[in-house]
Design a protein around this ligand. Structure first.
Ligand code: C2G
Length: 132
């Protein structure tokens, strides 16, 4: 049983997120998604998600690739998460390439190709243009 972990905000869920989750799940048998809390988004990522943590969790839990959703409250929790959930592989989009290589002491680290043409920022910009 290979256990995979990934992290993110997953706000305004779109097919780029789904592609990532699918790729991450295909690396193993069980996928833990560590979802940024509203406070973590505000204080550490300088982004205010449109959907609350609970709503974003509800959406992720409905995805066939996702087995468990838990909160991300700090940048420093990854090593303890890897131990806590007996993780074999840490996977994240390649926009983070190299940033989490320090986790190689604890598990495999995989940077997965992002879906280039879509982003939450683009969705918001296109919508505000369309709505005027
Ligand atoms: N992603 C993707 N393609 C996109 C947009 C996002 O593959 N078009 C991936 C990102 O690379 C990331 C995941 O989807 O692996 C979630 O993206 P975000 O919600 O933007 O997460 P991020 O802000 O990168 O948070 O501690 C790590 C952070 O929590 C990662």
């Amino acid at each position: 049983m290979k256990r995979v972990i990934t992290y993110g905000t997953f706000d305004l869920l779109h097919y780029g997120h789904i592609n990532l989750l699918k790729q991450a799940k295909e690396l193993g048998d069980y996928l833990v998604v560590v979802l940024s809390t509203d406070e973590f988004n505000l204080n550490e990522k300088n982004k205010k998600s449109y959907f609350s943590y609970d709503k974003r969790k509800q959406l992720l839990e409905a995805i066939r690739y996702v087995d468990l959703v838990v909160p991300e409250e700090s940048w420093e929790q990854k090593i303890s998460d890897i131990k806590k959930y007996y993780i074999d592989i840490f996977a994240i989009g390649d926009d983070w390439k190299g940033k989490f290589d320090f986790l190689k002491d604890y598990c495999e680290v995989k940077y997965l190709p992002r879906t280039p043409e879509i982003s939450t920022t683009k969705i918001k910009a296109d919508m505000s243009k369309a709505l005027g």
